[in-house]
Design a protein around this ligand. Sequence first.
Ligand SMILES: [Fe+2]
Length: 199
Amino acid sequence: MTGQIIRPFGPTIYKGKFSEKLRLEIIERSTNSNESASKHLAGNMKIEQFIELSQECGGELTSKVQDYLGQCHRAGLFKPKSELKGMSFEKIWVNHQQKGEWNPPHVHSGDFSMVGYCQVPEELKNEWKFENQKGQDPVGGKIQWNYGTSTPHNTAVFGPVTPEEGDIYIFPAWLLHFVFPFNSDVTRISFSTNCHLIY
Ligand SMILES: [Fe+2]
């Protein structure tokens, strides 16, 4: 007779896909936005813009968080402190990451955070060809989450994760994460926001 494994510790990360409509809306609105988010953010990037979303696309983000929380709740990994009345989002910011730019280790505000990928150029798949990516694990343009200390038989790192267009990740806002720089002369576009639960 076999037993069962139990994994009672650690944060839970959600991975999903968002729509082409949302992807195109974020690219278009961030390209035309004149509201820089840079002074509010940890990133070492020239172009970080705030945007507003249409009601439909904003609703899509809400449904992703509901999916995440619903699955966590059913698995016993999320226990609201009282009846949950809804959620609100901070203003969305969009990073147009260029060659040599990066996001150092940081955390967010709010309860949960998300990152979604709107443009991931094919060239980033060839980062391993650059001399400075010849180590064990080429990391150019990838994201990584860290939790706790690396110890035997314990998982302290999720990544480096290679983002794909249309991917969305949701995670606890306090979870440390960072983005590596790349060499290719391209623009990688991602968006983020923070979600606050309303009780
Ligand atoms: Fe972040």
